[in-house]
Design a protein around this ligand. Structure first.
Ligand SMILES: Cc1ncc(COP(=O)(O)O)c(C=O)c1O
Length: 394
């Protein structure tokens, strides 16, 4: 039976990680995988998480099963972090999931269950795993224009033109902030126009929120999600705690289904809990418990926010320095967009061949589409990167 399986294509980013690990050259620069790094190149455990872990270790008396939907304290704290006052608890159904990936998967399963045949409009480009999960679930993906590579900004006209093809019940995949892989987000007026087209067509927004707090701060980064939740009849939000709490391997995320008609809440909650039961039964608990401890303890929360802000500032400072250094190296302002983008990623205007030369000749690793992880930079590696980019002819 196993001989019937077809070979799976490698995930390009994960393949890059393997190549990088085998590279013994001094001074190699890793701009590939989407993991936050500090000035020393480490991905540290956040102070508040370490403290919560210590407290949990002392206090926890059992590892027996918890609740199928996930720890209620986690669901509650995350609902408030993501939605603020945009929806009452009675209008939200929620489940804990294994990371943001699990939340995206569960959201798509819910869509398929509630609306068989619904299509999912996905931005071009998007996180590669979106497309492969959609294919895996047998859900039709319809590409919509998102990024204008000439202007390095959102192709708003193209996006609205493509979304005019939505049919009632289709879903629109959106990145709530810090778009991966481009770093270009709509502004508030553009979000409002998106809301109008989704409502006019009867489409369901599915918001992937993997970088809350990495863009302009927790409140600003949640603004689009909250505006959509206030304005659309039903919204699905898949939020990850991997990056903003630095708990990647704990697999912690949440799926929120927000609805204006609270009479649907119990049915939606039942369906979500059922999906957890079918896919993995009880969701991972350890990371979720740490998150709820951090969010509900005043001192831990203040420290978490301060550390998250420091991470965010490190990325915006690196963006500014990279834009300035590259601008000076090529004598134009054509890299100014790097400072305007938000989150962990932006794309450099390089061909796959130039990406290969950067890797082979300069030990600089980035995704084949030119996506770079800004947090993988260091003030000391920006000049060598700029020199290498000039050497490959950007
Ligand atoms: C856009 C986007 N969505 C979701 C995820 C999933 O994150 P995780 O499953 O690790 O929480 C990522 C991670 O890279 C991402 O970039």
């Amino acid at each position: 039976m196993l001989h019937r399986l077809r070979a799976q294509a490698d995930d390009p980013i994960l393949a890059l990680m393997v190549q990088l690990a085998g590279d013994t050259r001094e001074g190699k620069i890793d701009l590939g995988v989407g993991v936050y790094k500090d000035d020393s190149g480490a991905t540290p455990i956040m102070r508040s998480i370490k403290q919560a872990e210590y407290q949990l270790w002392q206090a926890q008396q059992t590892k027996s099963y918890g609740a199928l939907a996930g720890d209620p304290a986690f669901l509650d704290a995350m609902r408030q972090l993501v939605l603020g006052d945009a929806a009452d608890a009675a209008q939200v159904a929620a489940i804990a999931t294994p990371g943001g990936t699990g939340a995206v998967h569960q959201a798509l399963e819910l869509l398929r269950m509630a609306q068989p045949g619904a299509r999912v409009f996905a931005p071009v480009p998007t996180w590669a795993n979106h497309l492969s999960i959609l294919a895996h679930l047998g859900i039709e993906a319809v590409p919509y224009r998102y990024y204008d590579a000439e202007t390095h900004s959102v192709d708003h006209t193209g996006m609205l033109a493509d979304l005019a093809q939505l049919r009632s019940g289709d879903a629109v995949l959106l990145h709530g902030c810090c778009h991966n892989p481009t770093g270009a987000d709509p502004d508030m007026a553009q979000w409002r126009a998106l809301i109008d087209v989704m409502n006019a067509r009867g489409a369901v927004p599915l918001i992937d929120l993997a970088y809350l707090g990495f863009g302009d701060g927790l409140e600003a980064d949640a603004a689009a999600t909250r505006a959509i939740a206030e304005s659309c009849p039903v919204v699905l939000v898949a939020a990850s705690c991997s990056k903003n709490f630095g708990i990647y391997r704990e697999r912690t995320g949440i799926l929120l289904a927000v609805m204006q008609d609270g009479a649907l809440q119990a049915r939606a909650q039942g369906a979500l809990t059922h999906l957890n039961r079918q896919n993995y039964s009880f969701p991972p608990d350890h990371g979720a418990r740490l998150v709820s401890m951090v969010l509900t303890d005043g001192a831990l929360r203040a420290d978490w926010q301060a550390e998250l802000e420091a991470m965010r500032h490190r990325m915006t400072d690196l963006r500014t320095l990279l834009a300035q250094t590259l601008g000076a190296a090529v004598g134009t302002d054509r890299f100014a967009y790097l400072a305007q983008h938000r989150g962990m990623f932006s794309r450099l205007p390089v061909t796959p061949e130039q990406v290969a030369t950067l890797r082979d000749a300069h030990a600089i690793y980035m995704a084949p589409d030119g996506r770079i992880n800004i947090a993988g930079l260091h003030t000391n590696t920006i000049a060598p990167l700029a020199d290498a980019l000039v050497a490959v002819g950007i």
